[in-house]
Design a protein around this ligand. Structure first.
Ligand SMILES: NC(=O)c1ccc[n+]([C@@H]2O[C@H](COP(=O)([O-])OP(=O)(O)OC[C@H]3O[C@@H](n4cnc5c(N)ncnc54)[C@H](OP(=O)(O)O)[C@@H]3O)[C@@H](O)[C@H]2O)c1
Length: 254
């Protein structure tokens, strides 16, 4: 099947203000996609095909209402032949020993890392044209499967997002699938590896008593092992543009 012309492709990307999400948004625009971006800060991408929603994903009900109000109708435009969703925004807050975690902060982290990404998967499946190819990429991490002391909230939320994608994939091949759901819909849980971003900088800056693996990340940086955000961004965009799609797949950078 020939791919959709660029003007018929829309991607919803969270966390477009910096890091991997900003690189994904810029690359998509360079490749002719329309992009709907969400982050608290506005990166100021000057492009008529970029729409930005300044929203704080820590408050899931308010964020979901703002996103549906701003982008719901756009998603439903019958001109889209391909719709991408990149669940990229994440919070690595609520660090330190489990005994000291704050309940309100945990709810905020799960809102950004799990509740909104899962809700967005449903939104895109519910509002996009039925004939469109839907490609969802959820940014995962080694932390989804490896226990990092001091990062219980981040690790467990990444594990939850990975599983949410798996369950959604299984639902789509079950009697639970609503009849109006786009048929060509696939989900990838993608691990970008160690990437040179604000989040990496924060993990290098944490004290040993808060995050014992901080030294490992300082060593990675000292050895020049951090990838530029453009590298995973190119792979995410390739996943959005691919035709073949297992219902659910896992990929790592490289
Ligand atoms: N960097 C790595 O080495 C690495 C490794 C494995 C996995 N990952 C994953 O890759 C993804 C991108 O990471 P990154 O390193 O590029 O992170 P980053 O540089 O910290 O950027 C995170 C993005 O998420 C947005 N965001 C965070 N909290 C938000 C909130 N409450 N509301 C709205 N937007 C919010 C930020 O925008 P605002 O602050 O403007 O809101 C920013 O655009 C994440 O899912 C991360 O878990 C990264």
């Amino acid at each position: 099947m020939a791919d959709a012309p660029a003007a018929e492709r829309l991607a919803l990307v969270t966390g477009t203000s910096t890091g991997i999400g900003a690189a994904i948004a810029r690359l998509l625009l360079a490749r002719g996609w329309e992009v709907a971006g969400i982050a608290r800060r506005n990166l100021g991408i000057e492009d008529s095909r970029y729409r930005h929603l300044a929203a704080d994903l820590q408050d899931a009900p308010a964020a979901a209402a703002a996103i549906e109000s701003r982008f719901g109708e756009l998603l439903g435009d019958p001109r889209w032949r391909r719709v991408g969703l990149v669940n990229n925004a994440a919070s690595a807050a609520a660090t330190g020993p489990v005994q000291r975690l704050d309940a309100a902060e945990l709810v905020r982290v799960y809102s950004v890392n799990v509740a909104i990404p899962l809700w967005l998967m449903g939104l895109v499946a519910r509002r996009s044209p039925r004939e469109a190819a839907i490609r969802i990429v959820n940014l995962s991490s080694g932390a989804a499967v490896r226990a990092a002391p001091g990062l219980a909230a981040y690790c467990s939320s990444k594990a939850a997002l990975r599983m949410a994608g798996m369950v959604f994939g299984a639902e789509l091949d079950s009697p639970l699938r609503p009849a109006d759901t786009p048929i060509d819909l696939s989900i990838v849980s993608y691990s970008p590896g160690v990437v040179d971003t604000e989040m990496q900088l924060a993990s290098r800056s944490m004290q040993a008593e808060e995050f014992p693996w901080g030294g490992m990340f300082r060593d990675f940086a000292a050895q020049g092992l951090l990838a530029a955000p453009d590298l995973p961004a190119a792979e995410v965009v390739a996943l959005l543009e691919t035709d073949a799609g297992e219902r659910f797949a896992e990929r790592k950078r490289g």
